[in-house]
Design a protein around this ligand. Structure first.
Ligand SMILES: Cc1cc2nc3c(=O)[nH]c(=O)nc-3n(C[C@H](O)[C@H](O)[C@H](O)COP(=O)(O)O)c2cc1C
Length: 239
């Protein structure tokens, strides 16, 4: 294993894979949408969430003027639309229409909500604060909706189509998956028991099964190669 020194800029990508959201806004009869990967929960009571936007984003400007926005959380079926919405600004284009998206009315804000998403968070804008070259938009959560198939107290992750899309950077995306229930025990000194005797037994059984499987696969491959030497594979040669 090699531990490699990364660039300072890699910090953002390493921390990045939370769900990507499509931030929607409406102002003076115009609506706009942009994907935002840099989001953060900020407070439980009052419920506050944050979105980090570059000052160039029209979406941010419209959120400042309308003092509200919505966060739409897509699954993998909307990946192309997400990439498209992030590729152009809405200054001269009705991006929502161009992305062939259908919207429905939000309950507490004017920003439209996007059909086909897994969850929707409606927010009032609390504050905007500059950090370095980006602005933190703090939203007061006003209403939250989610599909039952996708979310019940936590993301269910039972099927890929109902799991949130995550953005890895560039044109790479992933889907949140492989949920695991994690419990742990401590010893008399309060230290973590990294592996209980039962877990050790299970691991050793798994490893033994895997080794057996590899051995069988190896034997099968050897047999195939032996047969191929006798009778090479490929189309029959015309006499
Ligand atoms: C997956 C994805 C995630 C993005 N995340 C952010 C982000 O967190 N903050 C940001 O300022 N821009 C982000 N962008 C870029 C904006 O979405 C992009 O510049 C968009 O075209 C802005 O549109 P607007 O000018 O209409 O607001 C992201 C783009 C993509 C494709």
């Amino acid at each position: 294993m090699v531990r490699r020194l990364c660039d300072e800029a890699d910090a953002r990508r390493l921390l990045q894979p939370g769900p990507v959201v499509i931030m929607t806004v409406a102002w003076r009869g115009m609506a706009n949408a942009a994907p935002v990967a840099w989001t953060v929960p900020l407070s439980v009571q009052p419920p506050l969430v944050g979105c980090v936007l570059h000052p160039d984003r029209l979406t941010g400007l419209m959120a400042r003027h309308s003092e509200e926005f919505a966060l739409n959380i897509p699954g993998p079926s909307l990946a192309k639309q997400v990439a498209f919405l992030g590729s152009i600004t809405g200054i001269e284009t009705n991006k929502i229409e161009a992305a062939r998206l259908t919207v429905f009315r939000a309950q507490r804000v004017d920003a439209p909500l996007i059909e086909g998403c897994l969850a929707w968070i409606e927010c009032g804008l609390e504050s905007v604060t500059r950090f370095g070259d980006h602005d933190l938009y703090v939203g007061r959560v006003l209403r939250v909706q989610a599909l039952d198939e996708a979310y019940v107290q936590t993301w269910r992750l039972e099927s890929l189509e109902h799991s949130p899309l995550v953005y890895l950077g560039g044109s790479r995306y992933g889907v949140l998956g492989s949920p695991m229930e994690v419990t742990f025990r401590t010893d008399e000194q309060g230290g973590l028991v990294v592996e209980t005797p039962e877990e050790r037994e299970q691991r050793e059984e798994r490893e033994a099964r895997l080794a057996e499987l590899r051995k069988l696969e190896g034997e099968a491959l050897e047999e195939r190669l032996r047969l191929e030497q006798v009778r090479p594979l490929g189309p029959p040669v015309e006499e």
